[in-house]
Design a protein around this ligand. Structure first.
Ligand code: NAI
Ligand code: CS2
Length: 490
C-alpha cells in the first residue's frame, strides 16, 4: 500500500500535530469539507489544539458530492496538509483537528442525522457556498427551490443543508436535549441572520411549534471569514507532493498566509477558545462583513469579470496590469468605503493590503473561479452600494463597469468568440436571455429584469439603467482592457 501522510516519514520542515488526537471528540460538526474550511476553521482548531489541551474535534460532512474526498480523508486518518504560500515564504503544516467524517452516500442519511442530533455536538458550522442556503433575493427561504420542494415533502430524508439542520433540531427538541449553535462561515452579508431566517421559514412550513422552539433556543452568530484559498489544480497537488518528500495528499490545500475570522460571541453550548489563535470574538460582526464583502470580494468580482474578458487567467496577472489595479483601488476607496459603517479601521491601509494580497504570484487564483455564481454574489458585493450612491446622487463608474462586465461574461462567449464555461445556478436562464439579444446593449434591460438578482426598484431607476448601458457599450466598443484603461485615466 502507498504511504499516506499518516504513515510516511515526512520532511523535518513539515509541522505535524504534536497533541494527542485521541483526546478529540466530535463536538463540532462541519458541513462542507471544501477548500476553504480546510484552510480556515479546521486549521484554527488545529492551531488551538497545538497550543493547549482541548477535546474539541471536528466531524466533517459533505452533503453534495465530495464522497471520494471523504473516503480519501479516512484513508489518511483524517489528517491533511495545508501549505501557506506568501510571495517569498512557504509554511507546510499537517492539520489534525478532524477526528471523524460522514457522508450520506457512504453512511446513510440516518447516520448524518443521528450525528447532528447527538447532544454531544455543540456547534454545526458550514461552508456550503452562497447558493447552499436556498434563499431568495429577499433572504427568505425559496420555497420553489428543487431541494426545498423535495425536503418539505420528505423531511425525514433531507437533501439540503437546511433540511438536515431542521430535522436534527426537531430530533433534539423531541428528545428534550440542548440545541446546537448554527455557524455560517460563508461569504454572505449577515450570514447568521440569513441562515436563521431560512431555517425558521423551513421549520414554519413543517411545524409552527418547532419554529418557535428554534427561535427561542438556537443561536446563529454572524461571522466574517477571510483567507484566499484557490481551488486545487494538478500543479498545486504536485507542489504539495514535493514539499512532502514525494508523498501525495489528495486532501491537501494551498492558501495565502493571511487569515481573519471575526465571530459574534453567541454560542448556546460552548465553543473552542478560538481567540487564543487569532480569531476576533465581537458583539456585532456586520460592519466587518460589509467591509470585507464590499472591498475584498467586490474588487475580486470586478477583477474576475473584467480580467477574464481581458484575457487574464489569474487575479495576480490581472492586477499586474496597472490600470486594473488602479480601477480596483478606485472601486474600493471611492465607491465602497463611503458605504461602510466600520469604525477604527484604516481603510486606505486595508485597501493597500488587499491589493498586495492579490499580487501574490504564488497563488494561482483563477478569474474563472471567482466569476462563478455571480447571480448570488453581485447583490451583496455591489448592488447595495449602487443603491447607496443612487440615493446620494453620486456617480459609481467602477461598480457600473463591473456589473456590465458580469453581463458581458454571462453571454458565455469571450472577446475572441471562444465559449466561456459560465458556472452559476442561473447560467442557462442568463444565457437564454443573452442569446435572445446577441452582443447588443438591449441585453442590459433584459438582464436587469431578472428580479432574483436586481431589486425591481433598482431596475426601474433610469440613472442606474443608463450607467450600466453606457458601461456595457464601452465594453463592446473598447473590449474589457480598453474600458478599464479608459476608466483608470479618469
Ligand atoms: P469548494 O468548492 O471547495 O467547496 C464547496 C463545499 O460546499 C463542498 O464541500 C460542497 O460539498 C459544499 N456544497 C456545495 N453546494 C452545496 C449545497 N447546495 N448544499 C450543501 N453543500 C454544498 O469551495 P470553497 O473554496 O470551500 O468555498 C466555499 C465557500 O466558502 C465559498 O462559497 C465562500 O462562501 C466561502 N469562502 C471561501 C473562500 C475561498 O477563498 N475559497 C474564502 C472565504 C469564504
Ligand atoms: C472570492 C472569495 O471566490 C470568490 O468569490 O471572492 O472566495 C475570496 O477569495 C475570499 O472571500 C477571500 O476571503
Amino acid at each position: 500500500m502507498q504511504a499516506t501522510i499518516a504513515t510516511a516519514n515526512l520532511p523535518e520542515q513539515v509541522k505535524r500535530p504534536s497533541y494527542d488526537r485521541h483526546q478529540l471528540k466530535p463536538k463540532w460538526v462541519h458541513l462542507g469539507f471544501g477548500a476553504f474550511h480546510r484552510a480556515h476553521q479546521a486549521l484554527f482548531m488545529n492551531d488551538l489544539a497545538q497550543d493547549e489541551a482541548t477535546d474539541w474535534g471536528i466531524c466533517e460532512i459533505n452533503l453534495m458530492g465530495g464522497e471520494t474526498q471523504i473516503e480519501m480523508l479516512r484513508q489518511q486518518e483524517h489528517l491533511y496538509t495545508v501549505i501557506e504560500k506568501g510571495a517569498t515564504q512557504t509554511a507546510v503544516k499537517v492539520s489534525g483537528s478532524i477526528c471523524q467524517s460522514l457522508h450520506p452516500q457512504l453512511d446513510g442519511i440516518d447516520a448524518v442525522l443521528d450525528k447532528l442530533a447527538d447532544p454531544e455536538v455543540a456547534i454545526v458550522s458550514m461552508t456550503i457556498t452562497e447558493k447552499g442556503y436556498c434563499a431568495d433575493a429577499l433572504g427568505r427561504l425559496d420555497l420553489t427551490h428543487p431541494l426545498i420542494v423535495h425536503d418539505l415533502s420528505t423531511p425525514d430524508e433531507p437533501q439540503s443543508a437546511i433540511g438536515y439542520i431542521v430535522k436534527a433540531l426537531a430530533m433534539r427538541c423531541q428528545m428534550k436535549a440542548k440545541p446546537f449553535t448554527v455557524l455560517s462561515c460563508d461569504n454572505i452579508q449577515g450570514n447568521g441572520d440569513v441562515v436563521r431566517q431560512v431555517v425558521l421559514d423551513y421549520a414554519q412550513q413543517l411545524d409552527a411549534e418547532l419554529a418557535q422552539w428554534i427561535d427561542a433556543h438556537v443561536t446563529f452568530p454572524c461571522t466574517m471569514v477571510d483567507r484566499i484559498v484557490p481551488a486545487m489544480t494538478s500543479e498545486s497537488y504536485q507542489q504539495v507532493s514535493q514539499q512532502l518528500g514525494g508523498v501525495s495528499d489528495p486532501c491537501s490545500i494551498v492558501c495565502e498566509p493571511f487569515r481573519q475570522w471575526v465571530v459574534e460571541d453567541h454560542f448556546v453550548a460552548g465553543r473552542p477558545a478560538w481567540e487564543k489563535v487569532g480569531a476576533q470574538l465581537v458583539d456585532d460582526v456586520v460592519p466587518f462583513e460589509e467591509m470585507k464583502l464590499r472591498m475584498l470580494n467586490g474588487s475580486h468580482s470586478l477583477l474576475a469579470y473584467l480580467g477574464y474578458l481581458g484575457g487574464y487567467e489569474t487575479i495576480a496577472q490581472t492586477v499586474a496590469n496597472d490600470d486594473y489595479c488602479r480601477v480596483a483601488r478606485a472601486l474600493m476607496m471611492d465607491e465602497q468605503v463611503p458605504t461602510l459603517r466600520v469604525q477604527g479601521v484604516n481603510l486606505s491601509g486595508y485597501a493597500d493590503s488587499l491589493l498586495e494580497r492579490f499580487t501574490n504570484p504564488n497563488l494561482q487564483h483563477r478569474t474563472w473561479q471567482i466569476a462563478m455564481d455571480g447571480s448570488k454574489k453581485l447583490p451583496q458585493r455591489m448592488l447595495t452600494s449602487v443603491q447607496f450612491h443612487l440615493a446620494k446622487g453620486n456617480d459609481f463608474p467602477c461598480l457600473a463597469l463591473a456589473i456590465a462586465g458580469w453581463m458581458r461574461y454571462v453571454a458565455a462567449v469571450d472577446e475572441d468568440n471562444r465559449p466561456i464555461e459560465v458556472v452559476d445556478p442561473m447560467a442557462s436562464e442568463l444565457k437564454a436571455i443573452c442569446d435572445g439579444q446577441g452582443l447588443n446593449v438591449s441585453v442590459v434591460a433584459k438582464l436587469l429584469a431578472v428580479d432574483a438578482i436586481f431589486p425591481a426598484e433598482l431596475a426601474a431607476n433610469q440613472t442606474f439603467v443608463s450607467a450600466i448601458e453606457c458601461a456595457y457599450q464601452q465594453l463592446l466598443k473598447l473590449g474589457a482592457k480598453g474600458a478599464v484603461t479608459q476608466l483608470a485615466a479618469l
